[in-house]
Write a protein that binds this ligand. Structure first.
Ligand code: CA2
Length: 143
């Protein structure tokens, strides 16, 4: 069974509360459920974590150096700011899928830079909650 770590960054714990046109209407709990169901279809074991703290994400990425077959990460706004997350991801040997619910490159200029993209095997964005299930489908293809 392949083990997939899904990391979710700041503010995404509030999904469903606003901006459904940009992010979709699903809550984070709905998205976790969707990932678990999609993961079952591919025989993936899913570990799903969210934090508002950059250091939590860095620590979880460091810990993922062993024991996972792939990582999916929606680092939220840290995508556009965090060299610490970039540096932690450099130590990973498994595929990294950068996921976004919106398409940051179609939004404000401050969202156009991604410090994750240079290290990502694939970027999947703009599909709202379905970005995560599309990322799992992609991992099913490549793993
Ligand atoms: O599109 C994405 O998935 C983002 O990673 C979401 C981040 C944003 O900073 C990125 O530029 C793109 C976080 C958005 C704020 O989270 C929400 C909170 C409450 C309701 C809806 C979204």
């Amino acid at each position: 069974m392949k083990k997939i770590l899904i990391l979710i960054g700041p503010n995404l714990n509030l999904l469903g509360a606003r901006d459904p046109k940009i992010y979709g209407a699903e809550t984070l709990a709905d998205i976790e459920q969707m990932c678990r169901e999609e993961g079952k279809a591919y025989d993936f074991e899913i570990e799903f974590r969210q934090s508002n703290y950059e250091g939590d994400l860095v620590t979880w990425i460091q810990e993922a150096r062993e024991g996972y077959d792939a990582m999916m990460i929606n680092a939220g706004a840290y995508t556009h700011t965090s060299i610490a997350i970039h540096d932690a991801l450099e130590f990973l040997n498994c595929p990294i899928i950068e996921v976004h619910q919106s398409d940051p490159k179609q939004r404000e200029p401050f969202r156009h830079i991604s410090y994750i993209e240079p290290l990502a095997t694939k970027v999947i964005k703009g599909l709202k909650a379905k970005s995560y299930t599309a990322a799992l489908a992609y991992l099913h293809e490549i793993l």
